[in-house]
Design a protein around this ligand. Sequence first.
Ligand SMILES: NC(=O)c1ccc[n+]([C@@H]2O[C@H](COP(=O)([O-])OP(=O)(O)OC[C@H]3O[C@@H](n4cnc5c(N)ncnc54)[C@H](OP(=O)(O)O)[C@@H]3O)[C@@H](O)[C@H]2O)c1
Length: 317
Amino acid sequence: MRAVVQDRYGSPEVLRVGEIAQPVAGGNEVLVKVKAAGVDQGTWHLMAGEPKIVRLWIGLRAPRVRVSGRDVAGVVEAVGPGVTDFEVGDEVYGTCRSGSFAEYAVGRVDKLTRKPANLSFEQAAAVPVSGGTALQGTRGIRAGERVLVLGAAGGVGSYAVQLAKAAGAHVTGVCSTPKLDLVRELGADEALDYTRDELPAAAYDFILDTGGNRSLAILRRALKPKGRLVIIGSETSGLLGGMSRTLWAGLLSLFVGQQLKGLISSERAADYVELRDLIEAGQVKPAIDRTYTLDEAAEAIHHLRDGHPRGKLVITI
Ligand SMILES: NC(=O)c1ccc[n+]([C@@H]2O[C@H](COP(=O)([O-])OP(=O)(O)OC[C@H]3O[C@@H](n4cnc5c(N)ncnc54)[C@H](OP(=O)(O)O)[C@@H]3O)[C@@H](O)[C@H]2O)c1
């Protein structure tokens, strides 16, 4: 089958389309004929092997999984031993273990579920990692709370704005100038431009941080005295990337009235079911900047890193 493969860590130029063996579904796994695959910052991190500490888990010298992509939407082609919840022909979405920038991918049954009926495969592939992270990051938001989403037009942020609105919050989204319209379209009550607007002091019950790498001091100043901060991440360099800020947040939280924490998201079908319900109810919708072919995967990653996409990017197969 055709797949986007890499033999070493590096820039998007390490990606090439090659012919490799089709993966085989093992126990509690299904083989998916991939229709579309989502692109997110995690795809870049796995491709680049950055921050370097992640290589302890994904392969010291080269990636253990040579095919890029985790988000997948497609049709079940075969089911492995022990699978009872899926049948050949089911339209599914979720994440896969074998790499989704490929004609076929294998995924575990606890990371896949039925695709939202009102989404195309392209739209569905834009949901799992970013939507799942936003869902986990916005849990606990209550109706009437004032919520700030930093990076509101990004992959995670575009879902977080909609999820916080669905929870009944008053939402302010922070983004760059060309994306202010998108953030309002996503449902934000207010949109702030990070190139010129300051964050107001003691204004928010809840802050979800997905971009900008602001200091904890700045974030705490914008929170109310009993407010909560959830750090999802931001693109920074160094051995630990943005993880040191997250570690400090956890430590500081022990001594102050505000709750400060980082989130490491998990991939799970239960969240994709919850997202599907919200999507089918019309409360959440993916914002897609553009789609690419398998041969354009490197171009997609360049656009993700440098092109300031509006919402999500998707590879179609
Ligand atoms: N902890 C976890 O488990 C987890 C899971 C998923 C993602 N992440 C991390 O979380 C971060 C966000 O992921 P993503 O997929 O949403 O990335 P993304 O699509 O690149 O979105 C990040 C957004 O942040 C915006 N931004 C840049 N500077 C900003 C600033 N000063 N103030 C406010 N917004 C700013 C960017 O806008 P412009 O492009 O207009 O500058 C962009 O829209 C990434 O670092 C990713 O690696 C962590």
